[in-house]
Ligand binder design. Structure first.
Ligand code: F6R
Length: 249
């Protein structure tokens, strides 16, 4: 059963979760964190940076793995997810650069893509697996870039992005949907579900319907996030707006 936590605002959620992660880092300094990009975790990253500046969050022994990256977009490209993470988190904390792991979007089609995906899986394994995986929730139910489909892919792979996902990412590409890559690299469903603990964040009313289906609907590849129902240690952190369709207090 997923543990559900509901906060009045995204800021309150971010505040509590950042404090919690900072305390976890104190107990387990070599924590392996899985990270997401997108709008939802930005307040969390801001809080983590603030705690670090206040001497209350030490990342010096931590390791990170991000979920996904656009294909054809190199790490140095300001539109990459790697650049997003630098701007919102990595540039403000004391993570050792060699322990920041990212899928390389600059690989070319075919075998090179497969090699890159295999390399990432091996790196996660070598790090001892992901201890805490932070996830956002796509409006169509995707997690990472595991888009709704007839069947899902278990391991890190290249994926064709849905039009809705490209639209959601247009702000990174000067608001030009046509400039958003059609493909991306993403951890697979099994990669995500192998994390020891999963913390999914969803905020805002646009996520409410999806949150309801994720928790109460059937486990279906048509809504990849519904597979989280199968995980033993999953927490769903919501603001009131995203929790609006759940009923209860
Ligand atoms: C990005 C990722 C995506 C986002 C999702 C929600 O690394 O993994 O699954 O978490 O698209 O995005 P936002 O937070 O912008 O609504």
């Amino acid at each position: 059963m997923a543990r559900i936590r509901i906060f009045e605002t995204p800021a309150a959620l971010a505040h509590v979760l950042a404090g919690h992660l900072a305390r976890t880092l104190t107990v387990h300094p070599a924590l392996v964190l899985g990270l997401a990009t997108g709008r939802t975790p930005i307040p969390l990253y801001r809080e983590l940076a603030r705690l670090h500046a206040a001497g209350r969050a030490d990342f010096s022994r931590a390791t990170t793995f991000n979920l996904d990256e656009f294909l054809g977009v190199g790490a140095q490209d300001p539109r990459s997810y790697r650049a997003f993470m630098q701007k919102h988190l990595f540039g403000h904390i004391n993570l050792a650069p060699r322990r920041i792991h990212f899928l390389n979007g600059a690989v070319h089609a075919g075998r090179e893509v497969q090699r890159e995906c295999d390399r990432y899986e091996r790196a996660i394994e070598r790090a001892g697996g992901i201890d805490v995986q932070i996830l956002g929730l796509g409006m169509n139910g995707h997690i990472g870039f595991n888009e709704p489909a007839r069947a899902l892919v278990a391991r890190t792979h290249s994926v064709r992005l849905k039009p809705a996902t490209r639209r959601a990412n247009a702000p990174l590409f000067g608001n030009r949907v046509g400039a958003v890559p059609r493909e991306a690299l993403s951890m697979g469903m099994a990669t995500i579900l192998h994390a020891k603990r999963i913390v999914l964040l969803a905020t805002g009313s646009t996520k409410a319907r999806c949150v309801e289906r994720m928790l109460a609907g059937p486990v279906s590849p048509r809504l990849p996030a519904s597979f989280l129902q199968l995980h033993r240690h999953v927490e769903i952190w919501l603001d009131r707006a995203a929790a609006a369709r759940l009923g209860g207090p």
